[in-house]
Design a protein around this ligand. Structure first.
Ligand SMILES: Nc1nc2c(c(=O)[nH]1)N=C([C@H](O)[C@H](O)COP(=O)(O)OP(=O)(O)OP(=O)(O)O)CN2
Length: 135
């Protein structure tokens, strides 16, 4: 029997969508105000889901308190109240789209979870825009 457990967290961060191979005009034409040279912010909502069989002794798939600590250590402590382009190594060379942020969050968590647990990450960038990454 597999069960999915999850945790919702949030972080505030600034970013600019920008492809350095393009001119500023091309960037603005494609990314619009998301390419504003002076950056802009989002209240990101991150949902982390773990799927696996509940442990016979505890009934837990994964202790959600431990998941909370892991997300804080691996993601919130690095991204919350930061400029993703300027303040983080993860996005110095990587465009901080919602897709890329979700993938980076997944990559930061995966090494700390047992292989039998399936991991997926959902990132809401706005109330209406979200992406999912399953690895
Ligand atoms: N595939 C992607 N498309 C878009 C991304 C992205 O990361 N991946 N990002 C953006 C913008 O950064 C931002 O998320 C969108 O802002 P906005 O258009 O203001 O979205 P809202 O939901 O707040 O407003 P609506 O008016 O409802 O669109 C754009 N695309």
């Amino acid at each position: 029997m597999n069960v999915t457990v999850g945790r919702v967290e949030s972080f505030n961060a600034a970013h600019r969508l920008y492809n350095p191979a393009w001119s500023d005009e091309q960037n603005v034409a494609f990314f619009g105000p998301c390419s504003n040279a002076n950056y802009h912010g989002h209240n990101y909502v991150l949902t982390v889901r773990l799927t696996g069989a509940p442990d016979a002794a505890t009934g837990y798939v994964y202790d959600l308190k431990d998941l909370s600590r892991l997300i804080k250590r691996e993601i919130l402590d690095t991204f919350d109240h930061r400029n993703l382009n300027l303040d983080t190594e993860d996005f110095r060379q990587l465009n901080p789209t919602a897709e890329n942020i979700a993938r980076v969050c997944w990559q930061r968590l995966r090494p700390h979870l047992a292989p039998h647990l399936a991991l997926s990450v959902t990132l809401h960038e706005t109330d209406r825009n979200f992406v999912e990454y399953h690895g």
